[in-house]
Design a protein around this ligand. Structure first.
Ligand SMILES: C[S@@+](CC[C@H](N)C(=O)[O-])C[C@H]1O[C@@H](n2cnc3c(N)ncnc32)[C@H](O)[C@@H]1O
Length: 280
């Protein structure tokens, strides 16, 4: 995305807020990741960070019988999720909150499962992992997706796209190292299959962009923005072999031994600009 004027963002959100998901992922992958959380409590306390409009939040509500706190800093997405919760009669089980995952305002050490699809990188993966570690109870699980490189020398359009959106994006082993450095046990990981990019993301995106081209007929600026937004799915068609989305499932050990994570939980100790407290 190399255009960031107000009109760009208006149309960007007109597209993204109307998609079932705001990034790659689908129900099958969510179920597979959940299956890796083999010792999850029967009715887990779940925290969904960067939930967007809640595509995966609603799926988690079907796949588990627990309670879910879903947080995103984009208020219109939370409004949409609230409407979906009300429509499905799920307000006893899901709370949708506008908030910053860097300071989620949730109690430490209580969550059985933290879920985050395509969102942790926004606050820096390592900082996000530290925050999740503190919020999980010992033995609790973290399931998250993250974009990773899978081939050297990406074409300029791929490099430019990720330089803008995720300049610190690493390789699979970088994420595995971060998970372990922060004090998690890696339970497992798998690469999202191509359909997970299309089912709830690029296919509805392309359909919506085609509809909006009709709505904006004659509006040269809007049509140019739609062309720009359409490039992402096209890039994926051509070059998806250079990058992937990986689903990671990690666990906060029952007995913590990793010094970095322990340090991060000392009350008042600053952690890369974040101040841990009893509540984050
Ligand atoms: C790629 S979207 C993924 C949304 C959703 N998890 C999904 O997979 O459909 C990333 C989400 O993270 C949210 N986000 C970015 N930075 C955030 C922050 N600091 N705190 C909370 N949410 C944030 C964005 O608003 C966006 O909804």
């Amino acid at each position: 995305m190399n255009q960031a004027g107000p009109r760009f963002w208006e149309i960007f959100f007109e597209v993204y807020e109307n998609l079932p998901r705001q990034g790659p992922g689908n129900r099958t992958c969510a179920a597979r990741a959940l299956g890796l959380c083999s010792e999850l409590r029967e009715s887990p306390a779940v925290l969904d960070l960067g939930c967007g409009v809640g595509g995966q939040t609603l799926q988690l509500a079907e796949l588990t019988s627990g309670s879910i706190v879903a947080i995103d800093n984009h208020a219109p997405s939370i409004e949409r999720l609230k409407a979906a919760i009300a429509e499905r009669g799920l307000s006893q089980r899901i709370s949708a909150i506008v908030g910053d995952m860097a300071r989620p305002g949730q109690p430490l050490g209580v969550f059985d499962l933290i879920w985050s699809e395509g969102a942790l990188y926004n606050i820096g993966l390592r900082d996000a992992l530290r925050i999740c570690h503190g919020l999980l109870r010992p033995g609790g699980y973290l399931a998250f997706t993250d974009a990773v490189w899978r081939k050297e020398n990406p074409p300029p359009e791929v490099k430019a796209g990720f330089d803008l959106d995720y300049p610190t994006m690493g390789w699979l082993n970088d994420d595995v190292a971060a998970i372990r450095d922060i004090g998690f046990e890696l339970v497992g990981h798998f690469t999202l299959p191509d359909e997970a990019w299309w089912d709830d993301f690029y296919t509805p995106m392309e359909k919506l962009i085609a509809e909006l081209r009709g709505k904006y007929t004659g509006d040269v600026e809007a049509l140019a923005i739609l062309d720009q937004l359409a490039e992402e799915a096209e890039m994926h068609r051509r070059h998806s072999d250079f990058y992937a989305y990986e689903f990671f499932v990690a666990r906060r050990p029952l007995a913590q031994t990793q010094p970095e994570a322990i340090k991060a939980l000392e009350p008042g100790a600053p952690v890369d600009g974040l101040t841990p407290a009893n509540e984050l």
